[in-house]
Design a protein around this ligand. Structure first.
Ligand code: MN
Length: 229
């Protein structure tokens, strides 16, 4: 039987929207992808779920969520989405449900554990490399250094890899119980995980778009689904 993996959608113009590659990556890994609408009670969703993917989107988390004042370069927020994703993620973590946070989903994982974010990489870190690629998103754009012994290292099969990059924010402090498992060459945090969890991984890039050009990314979804069995 396929373990049910919840995916958090975006909301646009009165519709729930999920980019198909997220669902495809979960299905290809042997999971049953299901979209989690904000209207459903979190407990009822988790009663039918074996795992969770918190997806990304073109919005930022309100800096008040990590105790900072909003700066000029911080982007638009999606209050209802973040409220829902936060409640769902906190409840999933409390149950030790396998969790994969992607891009904004990784940033939310850090924030719910008391971590903080850079509100705008370019404005806060002079000399940071480019993290908003202009090349196609299904192609890697910058290298990362991977922490040996991590779940990510198991997926990559080595200490170096290349990932895509479409974020203007980044994790500044990773939060309680989380360790940094990858950094870009400019030092920016690109992946985090909780080594004490069944599977709790956050990645700053979009692995769901890299299955063809960098097949090791499929292993992240495979590990999620395996942990959810
Ligand atoms: Mn990046």
């Amino acid at each position: 039987m396929r373990p049910t993996i919840l995916l958090t959608p975006d909301a646009e113009d009165g519709r729930y929207v999920l980019k198909a590659p997220y669902a495809r990556a979960v299905a290809d890994a042997g999971g049953l992808p299901l979209i989690a609408p904000y209207d459903a009670p979190v407990d009822a969703l988790l009663a039918v779920a074996a795992g969770l993917v918190v997806t990304g989107g073109a919005f930022d988390i309100d800096p008040a969520a990590y105790g900072e004042a909003r700066t000029e370069k911080c982007g638009p927020v999606k209050e209802e989405r973040t409220r829902f994703e936060r409640a769902l993620l906190e409840a999933a973590l409390a149950r030790d449900l396998p969790v994969l946070g992607i891009c904004g989903g990784m940033q939310l994982l850090a924030v719910v554990r008391g971590g903080t974010l850079h509100q705008d990489i370019a404005a806060e870190i002079p000399g940071a490399g480019p993290h908003e690629q202009r090349t196609p998103r299904h192609e890697p754009a910058h290298p990362i250094r991977v922490e040996p012994g991590s779940r990510l290292a198991r997926a990559v099969g080595g200490a170096r890899a290349a990932v895509n990059s479409t974020h203007h924010q980044a994790v500044k402090a990773q939060g309680r119980g989380l360790v940094v498992t990858a950094r870009a060459e400019d030092g920016l945090i690109e992946a985090i995980e909780d080594p004490s969890a069944r599977f709790c991984v956050g990645v700053q890039w979009h692995p769901e778009l890299l299955g063809e050009s960098a097949p090791w990314n499929r292993s992240l979804f495979a590990q999620l689904v395996e942990a959810a069995r």
